[in-house]
Design a protein around this ligand. Structure first.
Ligand SMILES: [Zn+2]
Length: 247
């Protein structure tokens, strides 16, 4: 039995028994966890406004070593991300991000970089950012952290290294690029031009400074969007339910 205090983002909440809440959250160090907040629906003293969907809270919990269920002792609100719940497009994009996180990170698989990504994405949604730019940044980085990064270094058929010139195509069954000698461009093998290749590499490695310097124009976003759409559908397919609300 050990007590832990950690910043965490609330992913899901559901009523449990007479007065408890069942809370799924992503903790900075420990990753995705589930816990019971005893009496949380009656007592607002231990849990003052800190167990709302998608908010960032400082969570105190106890691991009693009984399965994967923890006990939440108390929590304190750090950032409610109120703007995230203020309109439908932000809420559905936030829900989609949560769903992708849940698929890529099973309970108990910790990754501070994933926590940082989720936090930054929710901050951006809270501040009014919407749409494909934020979406491709989140998707590209989350897929990479979850072990599904797209291979960009060389053609996955002939092995020719990509030298930063000319277009490459995305081959979804390989989860990697191919050169134009080995594959033709079409709707199922869309192409990436050099700026899009560069931007996707920066997104996957989480080099936000370089990405800001480079800028992420609509044409680049749209190319990356097409590639990630095919990649995620192929790798995670039926597991994703939220995506249909985003199209
Ligand atoms: Zn090739």
């Amino acid at each position: 039995m050990r007590s832990v205090i950690s910043p965490a983002i609330i992913l899901r909440i559901r009523e449990f028994g007479e007065s408890d809440l069942l809370v799924s959250f992503f903790a900075e160090d420990a990753g995705r966890l589930k816990g019971v907040a005893k009496g949380a629906r009656r007592s607002r003293r231990r849990f003052p406004n800190c167990l709302d969907l998608f908010c960032l809270s400082r969570m105190e919990y106890v691991d009693r070593g009984k399965g994967d269920m923890l006990f939440l002792d108390s929590c304190r609100l750090i950032n409610p991300f109120a703007g995230l719940r203020s309109d439908f497009s932000a809420l559905s994009l936030g829900s989609y991000m949560v769903e992708l996180t849940e698929i890529l990170f099973p309970v108990g698989v910790g990754d501070r970089r994933m926590f940082a990504l989720l936090r930054r994405a929710f901050e951006a949604l809270d501040q009014g950012e919407r749409g494909d730019r934020l979406r491709v940044i989140f998707e590209g980085r989350a897929m990479s952290l979850g072990g599904y990064g797209i291979g960009l270094e060389c053609c996955s058929r002939c092995g020719r290294p990509y030298e930063g010139r000319g277009r490459a195509v995305f081959l979804r069954t390989r989860g990697a690029i191919g050169c134009l000698r080995c594959a033709k461009e079409n709707a199922m093998t869309p192409s990436l031009d050099p700026p899009a290749m560069g931007a996707l590499a920066l997104i996957q490695s989480g080099d936000w400074k370089a990405l800001r310097r480079m800028g992420l124009g609509p044409e680049v976003v749209s190319q990356i969007r097409e590639v990630l759409k095919l990649h995620i559908a192929y790798r995670l397919g039926e597991k994703l339910k939220t995506t249909r609300y985003l199209e």
